[in-house]
Design a protein around this ligand. Sequence first.
Ligand SMILES: [Mg+2]
Length: 433
Amino acid sequence: MRSDHATFPLPGKVNWLFLDMNSYFASCEQQAEPRLRGKPVAVVPMMTDATCAIAASYEAKAFGIKTGTKIYDAKRMCPELICVPARHDLYVDYHQQFLKAIDRHIPVTEVKSIDEVACELDKVQQNPDVAVQLARDIKRTIYRDVGEAIRCSIGLSTNGLLAKIATDLQKPDGLVTLMPQDAPGILGKKPLTFIPGIGPGMEKRLLRAGIYTLADLYRLDMKHMRKIWGGVVGERYWYALRGVELPTDPVQKRVVGHSHVLDPEWRPVALAEVVARRLLLKAASRMRRYDMDATRLTLSMRMENTPYSQGARYAIEAHFHRACDNIQLIRHLQHLWHEMVRHHRITRLKKVSLSLHGLVPHASAQMPLFDDGNQVDDALAQRFEKLSFAMDGLNSRFGRDTVTIGSLPSVNHRFSGTKIAFTRIPNLDEFHE
Ligand SMILES: [Mg+2]
């Protein structure tokens, strides 16, 4: 989700934290019903021996009972087994509670399932020592705020696949950092089905090709992987097993934008410009998170509905080489804004919209820059970029508007809040921009 191209692992850095709840349904039952704690428990869809366990507590797992075990067999394996009917509302309720606990430490990037989430680490957290401390803090908060019977395994790595695998390496209550260079050694003896996405069918195909363990799989070259999988999926696995982060979303982001209907006191053109600026900074921050640069900026305005303006709409667009930093983008906006205001003699407006498009994968700042003849050298351009990324970092750590450019009146911070970006569904992490 970060970019449209592969991201290769940086030595000594981790990028993802995966969290997987242990024996989730059974743990929820043990949390809600203290009498079940420390006991072998099976969660069942209905109270009959003909059914299967849909979850088993760790105490039941010690008897060999797992998801899918027939209750008839399970009771033979463990006569004191306690069966409880599934209560999905309860599991959803705890789900929301543990999401909240995690969010106290790091935004949840993606909810993978009811008991599993993925969090992308920021620049500071990419340091493995910081990430391990973060993981411990999350565990402590879940223990304190959600409950002592709810435990999780946390995996850290450079991409999602290895981070997820890391959650499976230690259970319950695990915390494992799996670096790509250590993966072949650590996973070598594991069965092929240890890899998420390799099921019994794929395992058979691999066995037929003479691949018996993950060590064998790691010895295959990319071409061979492609052949066995019969396409690009094999190639993706080759990269993913080596910690490379591949784009998951085939639909490339082509535009980021925000719009806002102005409260009456914000409609005078000078104040509306402040709002536009803030919307632009917000869109730019989002674009940088996708690791993209813009080559076009569109500004649209809707006038107030007066007899003179009749709610007219105007739009104007700037084309430029490429830009991702706040200072360059704001200069482009200023040009558009003044052009528009002068040309249409605008004094008050009702709505302002901004979008960045023509997005291309980010490249370091280079000339040419401004179209107004004011050239800026590469070093200065790079400083603008660094400043913008630093602003993103501070705003994401300490809350939006911790740092911004120019004056930002204290009266009203609502105008670019994620809640009012009504044209799309916000990602969770945008609440921290
Ligand atoms: Mg789980």
